[in-house]
Design a protein around this ligand. Structure first.
Ligand code: APR
Length: 257
């Protein structure tokens, strides 16, 4: 297992605010397939634009709802892994930790992370396609329709409360994420291709504002050349090892809290 360099370990140990940005690779080991991997079976012939855009939903709400029903079933049975647990532990080792996630499965919160910002919404929540107002699970379960109707707008539908391609991110979440990026002194980017904006810019913003930035990913990404260190491996193993390293460093340097 590749270890964090001594210098970066010290930066992490002395950091006042740590930001962790997570992507689909973080959930992969919990059995939640990435968008691309999920497009198997009957879904193979569809492109992302056929399943995850407002236009796709308006053209064929039943198809899109069905796709999300299957995704929700997978998410409901998924459990956090050692990497999620490591981030819960990290919360107790640093003064402030902000977890910013592109994932819509709620696994960080299920693991016990307290300060989580969901940039792309949450698949287990639904909202009115017309007004954006939240729709309760009780309302949905009471519906026998292929796509539950909106309780607010006649002829309107319920839709998953996730950010589809071409949609803007929830303002509060984006503001919180940008604030964390400019304020943090250590940033960890884990399990993301660093391609989808605006999330991909967050580690670069952190870098510009003087933070140390590391990447955890088995593969190279556009962030890799800018990162202070790239730890090539699985999020579960690398995060667990990172937190172990930090605990030992704190203990050895007399900074255990
Ligand atoms: N540990 C760490 N990284 C991993 C692991 C793992 N076990 N498995 C895969 N990865 C990496 C891959 O190498 C890849 O770089 O995770 C990344 C997953 O890439 P994407 O599926 O493109 O996910 P992400 O970057 O999160 O996409 C961002 O785009 O599809 C939309 O809205 C969706 O939130 C998602 C956003």
């Amino acid at each position: 297992m590749q270890l964090l360099s001594e210098e970066l370990l010290r930066s992490l140990g002395e950091a006042r605010h740590v930001m962790v940005l997570t992507g689909a690779g973080m959930s992969a080991e919990s059995g939640v397939p990435t968008f691309r991997d999920a497009q198997s079976g009957i879904w193979e012939k569809f492109r992302a634009e056929d399943l995850a855009t407002p236009e796709a939903f308006e053209a064929n709400p039943a198809r899109v709802w069905q796709w999300y029903e299957e995704r929700r079933a997978i998410v409901r049975s998924a459990r956090p892994h050692a990497g999620h647990q490591a981030l819960v532990m990290l919360e107790s080792l640093v003064p402030e930790l902000s977890v910013i996630t592109q994932n819509v499965d709620g696994l960080h919160q299920l693991a016990g992370s307290k300060k989580v910002t969901e940039l792309h919404g949450n698949i287990l929540r639904s909202k009115c396609h017309v007004t954006g107002r939240p729709i309760s699970a009780e309302w949905l379960s009471g519906s026998a329709h292929a796509v539950p109707p909106s309780p607010y707008v006649s002829g309107g539908f319920a839709r998953p409360d996730v950010v589809w391609f071409g949609e803007v991110l929830p303002r509060q979440a984006l503001e919180a994420a940008m604030q964390a990026a400019v304020q943090c002194d250590f940033c960890i980017s884990a399990g993301t291709t660093s391609l989808v904006q605006p999330a991909a810019s967050l580690p670069l913003m952190a870098l510009e504002h003087g933070a140390a930035v590391i990447e955890i990913n088995p593969s190279e990404t556009p962030l890799s050349p800018h990162a202070d260190q790239c730890l090539r491996g699985l999020a579960s193993e690398v995060l667990a090892s990172l937190v172990n390293q930090l605990s030992s460093w704190k203990h050895d340097s007399g900074q255990g809290r």
